[in-house]
Design a protein around this ligand. Sequence first.
Ligand code: GLV
Length: 312
Amino acid sequence: MKPEVLLMGPMYGPTMEALEAAFAVHHVSKAADRDAFIASLADRITAAASTAFRGMDAATMAMLPKLKIVSHFGVGVDSVDVAAASARGIKVTNTPDVLTDDVADLAIALLLAAVRRVPQGDRYVRDGKWADKVFPLTGTIQGKTLGIVGLGRIGRAIAKRAEAFNLKLAYQGPHRKADVSWPYHANAVSLARECDFLVAACPGGEPTRGLVSRAVLEALGPEGVFVNISRGSVVDERAMIELLREGKLGGAGLDVYDHEPRIDPAFFTLENVVLQPHVGSATHPTRRAMGQLVVDNLAAFFAGKPLLTPYN
Ligand code: GLV
């Protein structure tokens, strides 16, 4: 009998296949009555696998008295109640490092797309407008300053790329980093005042909720561009939409939103935003590597071995 795993929601196809090969997988998403399904397995389930869209909240954890591990697909664990897990000695693992470069690439892509108006240029050509009139000139990223909110693994990977694009750097976070010389700001408003562009690369969840506030976006200003590859919760979305509409924030490049995948339709009416459907890590090699970590952490747990990427 294979060890049993409760799968909270669908994952990348090949990861689901790897999970099925190694474990007896119980699919919450296939149950007609979610809670009754979970309750029917409660006396057996020691391991669960979760995703950004189908996490593990405290109420679900409470239904699973034998739960010992939540193997999470993703680096951001804001859909898992880690505090509740830790309080019960439940281990949470995530998938760091393997997605860093792809997410950092998308941050730069969004910045360039927003500043150089790449989607608008594409539409302009397709719509046959080029033959009548040249496309309006745009801003540049050359010589500008990029502020990074959250200089963790992904923030640093963005910084590395930004330097290659001749951007100057500054950053904000809970602590000054001893090993970098870029200007540090304890406060995001003060960072935004010093920068032309701002990218959010910090974790989501309660500690960073609304960190990129109306005041931060106003400080970034009418020429400023905000890029978000972190979580929608990090920014005051309503204020951002208002400021973009009024031209008080120049533009935005967004991969994440408050309500995914049914985002605020106000975004569709804004010409100065570039929108992506939460795809920072959504490349085949990275998703495969993330899935392997999900499987390997569960296998290590069942084998009584050290977890590969423990979060708590
Ligand atoms: C994706 O958003 C992740 O947290 O890995």
